[in-house]
Design a protein around this ligand. Sequence first.
Ligand SMILES: [Zn+2]
Length: 307
Amino acid sequence: MSPEPHSYDFRLGIDLGGTKIEIVALGGDGAFTHRKRVSTPSGYDETVQAIFDLVAGAEQALGGRGSVGVGIPGVISPSTGLVKNANSISLNGHKFDEDLGVKLARPVKVNNDANCFTLSEASDGAGAGYKTVFGVIVGTGCGGGIVVDGKLIEGPHMVAGEWGHVPLPWPKPDELPGIPCWCGQQGCLERYISGTALAIDCDGPDARDAQDIPARAAAGEEKAKAALARHSDRMGRGLAVIVNILDPDVIVLGGGLSNMEHLYADLPPVMQKRVFSDFVHTPVVKNMHGDSSGVRGAAWLWPPVKK
Ligand SMILES: [Zn+2]
């Protein structure tokens, strides 16, 4: 389908997650002019239909036609056109962007949720005004995205910024030979710095939730303090490699762990020690748009409407 001129009345962003689908219309001032959430259906056709209904509802409410961008927890393979790595929803193996585009009678842009997060924060969030933005989502998993001069860097394999599945750098003897990862490799950063990994490191193999660990550390629990120190050191090492390769102007943290305020103080000294430079000034900052960054970034997959 050939791209049509950008002649829409407004931008619609859709965040397709494992449990819910959210749609927003993004006004020119960055505020939402429409917002709705529904539960994610289990089947593929039902998911496409649910998105169609959300778009139709938004356009009826707003009176006009919107550009449509969709954020998904996976990517569309450039070699096959099929969705891959979207394990929490029923899109794998489908030409989702094409199918949705036919249904909506317009081209649809689809990108992964970490890229949408980074695009949102770089456009009008915590990374606004910076040339090169590295966005990080650290929650149950770990993803990343790169925006330069307001544009997403995707790469021919659509993996640019995917720092969760590179090896933990400068491993210590007790970090070797590396924890096996679901992706087939071992020693992946995600297995050390995600919230799940932090919980397991602190409380054992059945632990999943890291949220209360900072409070326990603040209350003096040695086990929690030690786990947080290991976690900050590992995440700082991972970000130091990003600085060595990309040298971004800012690093924006998102996902559940971005609410752990100690990270903003603890990461820079680790990076200072590891980056190949006599000084390291890269700001590591918290996202501005919180949980809304994904759906906002989906809307930002299309340029602003010119009126
Ligand atoms: Zn991996």
